[in-house]
Design a protein around this ligand. Structure first.
Ligand code: TRP
Length: 331
C-alpha cells in the first residue's frame, strides 16, 4: 500500500510568498514521489468561519486552486478537490463530533485566542463574536484527514494541535467501537518560514506579505519599499540580519546565495541587493504567473479540474464511509 499524503488549504485570498515557500513548494515536493498517493483540497467550508461574503469566498477558491495548479500541481497525479464537494466529510464530521469530548474543543488554540481577546477587550461575554464553526473547526479538520486515511499531513507548526486532536478523536472512535477503522495521522512536516516585509513571519493578517502573483511592476515596487538600515554601500553587512537576504535565500540557487553572501561581506548597496532579489523572484515566478493568469481567465477549466478531482476523491472515500456507518449501527 502506498503512503497517503493529504493537505488542505484554507482559501483566504491569493497565496503569498510565505505560503509558497512554507506550504506549496514542500507539499509539491512530497507529492512528486511517484510511490505516494496524494490529496490536496481547498478547505472552503473552513473559510466560512471567517469569510462570509459569497463573492469573496468564490473568488478565493479560484485563486487558491489556480495558484497550486500554476505552481505545478499535476491533477493526474494528485487528487485536487473542493472540501464542499465531498458530502461524506460532513457526515463524518457529525459522527466524530459525537466522539469528541467538549473539553477537548475548549482547549483549542484558535478558540482560546478569541476568548482571550474578548477578555482583554474587557467584554463581559467571553464568547462574543465567536461562532460554532470556529469552535468545531478541529473536528471538521479531523474528518478531512481521517476520511482519506492520511499517513502524512504536511502543515505548518500552527496546525500541530489540530493534528493532535485528530489523533485523539481517531483513537476515541476506535476505542468506542472496538475497531481500527480510523488511522491516526503521523508526522507533522515542519516547513520553512519566510520572513515578511517587516522581518516577522510573513502573514496576510500582519499585512507584511508579498503576493505570489502580482504584476512585475508591483513586485518591484514592493521589494524597493523594504526597509533597510542606513549603512553605506561600501560597508560590510551581516546577511543573517537582512530580510532581503532571507528572502533571496529561499529562492536562489546555492551558488548564487554563496555569491551574494560574499558581496554582503565585501559591502554592497541595498539598491543592488533589491535589484538582485527582484530579478531572482521574477525569474522564479514569471512562467507560473502566466499559467495562473490564464487559469483565472478561464475559471471553467478550474471547475472542470476540481469536479474531476471530487469524483475521484468520493470514490476513494465511499468504501470507508460505508464501513464507518456499519460500525456505528447505521446502514
Ligand atoms: N486548518 C488548516 C489551515 O488553516 C487547513 C485545513 C483544513 C487542513 N483541513 C485540513 C490542513 C486538513 C491539513 C489537513 O491551514
Amino acid at each position: 500500500m502506498s503512503k497517503i499524503i493529504l493537505t488542505g488549504i484554507k482559501p483566504t485570498g491569493m497565496p503569498h510568498l510565505g505560503n509558497y515557500i512554507g506550504a506549496i513548494q514542500p507539499a509539491l515536493e512530497l507529492t512528486a514521489d511517484s510511490s505516494v498517493e496524494s490529496y490536496l483540497f481547498v478547505a472552503d467550508y473552513h473559510s466560512l468561519t471567517t469569510v462570509q461574503k459569497a463573492q469573496d469566498l468564490s473568488e478565493m477558491i479560484y485563486q487558491v486552486s489556480a495558484a497550486w495548479l500554476a505552481c505545478g500541481l499535476d491533477p493526474e497525479k494528485t487528487i485536487i478537490y473542493r472540501q464542499s464537494d465531498i458530502p461524506e466529510l460532513f457526515e463524518l464530521n457529525w459522527i466524530l463530533s459525537c466522539m469528541t469530548p467538549k473539553g477537548l474543543m475548549n482547549r483549542g488554540h484558535s478558540y482560546k485566542a478569541l476568548v482571550q481577546a474578548n477578555q482583554q477587550a474587557g467584554r463581559k461575554n467571553l464568547d462574543s463574536g465567536i461562532n460554532m464553526g470556529v469552535y468545531n473547526y478541529p473536528i471538521l479538520m479531523s474528518a478531512d484527514i481521517l476520511l482519506f486515511s492520511a499517513d502524512e499531513v504536511p502543515v505548518s507548526e500552527d496546525q500541530a494541535q489540530h493534528l493532535e486532536i485528530t489523533r485523539d478523536i481517531a483513537l476515541k472512535f476506535n476505542h468506542v467501537f472496538k475497531t481500527d477503522l480510523l488511522k491516526p495521522p503521523g508526522t507533522l512536516v515542519k516547513t520553512q518560514l519566510l520572513p515578511g516585509l517587516d522581518g516577522e513571519k510573513m502573514s496576510k493578517s500582519k499585512n507584511n506579505h508579498v503576493p505570489l502573483f502580482c504584476s512585475s511592476k508591483e513586485l518591484k515596487k514592493i521589494i524597493m519599499k523594504i526597509k533597510t538600515d542606513s549603512s553605506a554601500p561600501s560597508e560590510p553587512k551581516n546577511p543573517e540580519k537582512s530580510i532581503l537576504f532571507s528572502m533571496y535565500k529561499a529562492f536562489a540557487s546555492k551558488g548564487n546565495i554563496e555569491k551574494l553572501k560574499q558581496r554582503y561581506q565585501q559591502g554592497i548597496g541595498w539598491g543592488e541587493v533589491k535589484e538582485l532579489l527582484y530579478v531572482c523572484l521574477e525569474d522564479h515566478l514569471l512562467e507560473k504567473r502566466k499559467v495562473y493568469e490564464s487559469l483565472m481567465m478561464d475559471q471553467k477549466r478550474i471547475d472542470a479540474i476540481l469536479n474531476e478531482g471530487a469524483k475521484k476523491a468520493r470514490e476513494k472515500a465511499k468504501p470507508l464511509m460505508q464501513k464507518i456507518r456499519r460500525t456505528i449501527g447505521i446502514s
